[in-house]
Design a protein around this ligand. Sequence first.
Ligand code: CP
Ligand code: NVA
Length: 309
Amino acid sequence: MKHFINLKDIPAKDLRKILVDAKKRKNARKSLNNLDQDKSTPLKGKLLIQMFEKSSLRTRLSFYLAIKQLGGSTLTLRPDELHLSKGGESIEDTAKILSNFGNAFMLRTDKDEKLEEFKKHLTIPIINGLSPSSHPTQILSDVFTVEEIKKKPISKLNITWIGDSNNVLNSLIAASVKFSFRLKVGCPKKYQPNKSITSYIKKNKNKILIYNDPKKAVEGADVIFSDKVISMNDKVDKKKKLKNFRNFRINQKLINFAKKDFLFLHCLPRGKEVDEKVFSSKHSKVWQQALNRVHVQKSILLYCFGKLR
Ligand code: CP
Ligand code: NVA
């Protein structure tokens, strides 16, 4: 049994194994419907329990299809219907029940500490479906999408992030260490990655370049990633933050600095950080990106269950 909480804690060879498996499984079900099971159903009889403390569309749907296609089933819990927190039931007791009734637990949470606390008491794998500090299932899937479209290892590509220093960027930074790709970050000085992130980068002898000029960050990019400037539960002066990001909008002028065949990716939902023209251009692969989460999360589930081929 293995947990999937942060990319930085998972060996690079395991992450690569997940991507290889996802590719095989995706190719093997080209003519199947979403709810059709794979030819082999290694998670038959298994229950994935999901709980979302924050909104979700893609993560919810993709995990639903992922476990179904592997032969299992899922149940989604609403935190406001449990005794946990308001009702006073502890994480320890909740974890005991989840472990007895289910076979894996996917949690989207408001506090990273909760993932650790659940991990301590669960006897089943826990998967981080987004926390304030990371979004590992998203980024692993995004590496898959980049390699699928570009048809080369991500280590051979120039990756750019334009946006806030948030959970998604933190996972992208961890992926850059694990998969050895060049990463340039473009954001206003005030919103640069914090000390713990920059010391992680240094410790791993990684070269992640941070620019306060978006043009410099986009120069020569094979892939431009972005995300909303204001994340869920971001307790900032929203007006001020949006104003600070004014020059970082991904528009026609900015993308001229990227390679001609660059890709635009965005985890979604989107805000105003990208122009409609770029978002709906041939460079944008956001819908394929979202769908790939099903395929990669299937292999993440298999990794957690110790059933990766
Ligand atoms: N990208 C992503 O995680 O989307 P949801 O918040 O809709 O799950
Ligand atoms: N950074 C965003 C990602 C949403 C999928 C957030 O945390 O709200």
